[in-house]
Design a protein around this ligand. Sequence first.
Ligand code: ADP
Ligand code: MG
Ligand code: MG
Length: 320
Amino acid sequence: MLPEARVYAYSAVLMGSPILLKLFEDNQTLAAQVFRLIRQQENLFTVNRAASEVMAINHAAGQHPVVVSQPVFDLIACAHAVSLLPDSLFNLAIGPLVKCWKIGFQGHSVPSPAELQARKALIDPHEVILDADARSVMLARPGMEIDLGAIAKGYIADLVQAFLRQQQVSHALINLGGNVQTVGAPPDEQGWAIGLKKPFGAADELIGVIGVNNCSVVTSGIYERYFELNGICYHHILDPRTGYPLDNELLSVTVISDRSLDGDIYTTLLYGLGVEQGIACLADKPGIEALFVTRDRRVICSSQRHFSFQLLDDDYRLVH
Ligand code: ADP
Ligand code: MG
Ligand code: MG
């Protein structure tokens, strides 16, 4: 019998999340290169520090277009297109609302209805003006802000996967906190076992385990970042129509897909659509599969061509 492959785990805190890289060789140098790549990308996209390419656009809101690098332009163009889809919950211009709620950051509070009304006037994605030839982005009104928080991790997870493949790595996993992207499966195994966290449970409590190989698994849950006030849970996925955290039947949406960028886009879109419409929306998208967890403790899978799911928690019911 072959000796069991040994896993080497490397961790760092980047993009405000604990990051985990699993390799099957002891390779500090490679791990350092991966973390450097993530840091470089974070520096382009972050809106949580004064300077980044995205912040340069935000600072120039209502004044002038800003020329950005091709990758930043491309990701913004992608986020813009998704924001303009009919009934899209996704809105790349959500920044002013995110900044006034500050959910997951110091100083969070429930804004007044007047404040929310004022902020909502600054989040129209049609007022994000892109010029592909000039590679520039202009925000039409002062106070507008792009926020790529819902998709930057997916984009970066895909870059890490491409980098590892280019380095001839055939078994690896990167977890960016909510975004898991994989290369192959663990040596001599069918797939990776990725835990699905129990909503509002302890860090190690799982509802079940998702099995995949060579796929991305993205989970967006209302229990990831939130605060409670007077018995109400205010979480970090905002509804651009109301200005408040989205309020529907869902606790979390997990998307299984090739690209983690798609996982990020679809977790947000499906969150907005809910279970029934969400499943209908995926009917003609065989490469995108989803698993929904509802407030009434049902676990519902769209289709399961690219993943398996094992339920571990008796409090939840698996519904087909
Ligand atoms: P996480 O940061 O936990 O991975 P998600 O991938 O679920 O979170 O994305 C949530 C983040 O996306 C928020 O913190 C905010 O920056 C941004 N966001 C919130 N609501 C929306 C929305 N309706 N459209 C686009 N981005 C959003
Ligand atoms: Mg997301
Ligand atoms: Mg995310």
